[in-house]
Design a protein around this ligand. Structure first.
Ligand SMILES: O=c1ccn([C@@H]2O[C@H](COP(=O)(O)O)[C@@H](O)[C@H]2O)c(=O)[nH]1
Length: 280
């Protein structure tokens, strides 16, 4: 069955459920706080609990692949099941694996996450363009074919990102702005929303010098543990705020393992996001 393009599916999910994305980030410290062992069994319990609590109410769940990879093949099996269960319960899954390599290898990464019959097929994948935006072409092509999407690291939430992303090219444009321009071109003419999104940190303050009008989604990590708040979103993103998918991971997860407490925490963030976007 052919999937509707990711951008259209995401727009509908954002309209129906609100735009919040919650991360599935099983940090060792969170496993301990939840009373779980730092083992595959602990990982599985953690992931299952997050999916059970949230997959039927938030638009997007974003598993952080690193925390599953550290357990090897058995961790990846847990990740596979989490993706499958989250999608079955109605959430869109953005796999946060930040892949990026020369084009021929990028094609294999794309096959791993974006081919419809792949065990880890996800609705969208985070990718790094820092081997050159063109190196992502195989992922762009396969995402289009599969009805999936990409989130390209443009302006990341961490303070170290600026030394690369704010660097100014010979044409006077910054590297981050160049990535945004590539995405705008990718999404030209797409309705209601393109499938090729940018990652732009909610921590970055006023971004009015950047053209965030990419006709695609903007995944905005940094809310909660990294210090940004939902109230910051209009100031950071301006008119683009309506296409922002704000991500919170530890800010919600620290309320587990109680399912009701996780839901309440996600609902609070969702409500704060809604109020901030409506007031914008
Ligand atoms: O610029 C980026 C890109 C990705 N991330 C990821 O988002 C979550 C944030 O987790 P919190 O616990 O809410 O801080 C995490 O998986 C990061 O790898 C990011 O933070 N910034």
């Amino acid at each position: 069955m052919t999937l509707e393009p990711f951008g259209a599916r995401l727009r509908r999910a954002m309209d129906e459920r609100g735009p919040l994305c919650v991360g599935i980030d099983p940090h060792a410290s969170l496993l301990a706080e939840w009373g779980l062992d730092d083992t595959v069994a602990g990982l599985e319990r953690f992931s299952r609990t997050v999916v059970e609590a949230l997959a039927d109410r938030v638009a997007v769940l974003k598993p952080q692949s690193a925390f599953f990879e550290r357990f090897g093949s058995r961790g990846m099996a847990v990740l596979e099941r989490s993706v499958e269960e989250a999608r079955a319960a109605g959430a869109l899954v953005v796999m946060d694996a930040k892949r990026g390599d020369i084009g021929s290898t990028m094609a294999a990464y794309a096959e791993s996450f974006l081919r419809k019959d792949a065990p880890l097929f996800s609705d969208a994948l985070t990718v790094s363009p820092y081997l050159g935006y063109g190196s992502l072409s195989p992922a762009v092509a396969l995402a289009r074919e599969s009805g999936a999407g990409l989130f390209v690291l443009a302006l990341t939430s961490n303070p170290e990102g600026g030394e690369v992303q704010h660097a100014v090219r010979a044409d006077g444009r910054s590297v981050g702005a160049t990535m945004l321009a590539h995405l705008a071109a990718e999404n030209t003419g797409e309705e209601p929303l393109g499938s090729f999104g940018a990652v732009v940190g909610a921590t970055l303050g006023d971004l009015s010098t950047y053209d965030l009008d990419i006709n695609g989604p903007i995944l905005a990590p940094g809310i909660g543990a990294q210090g940004a708040t939902p109230a910051d979103l209009p100031h950071v993103f301006g008119a683009a705020v309506r296409n922002v998918v704000p991500n919170v991971s530890r800010g919600v997860l620290r309320h587990g393992p109680d399912v009701v407490a996780l839901r309440d925490a996600a609902d609070r963030f969702a409500q704060q996001v809604r109020a901030a976007v409506e007031a914008a």
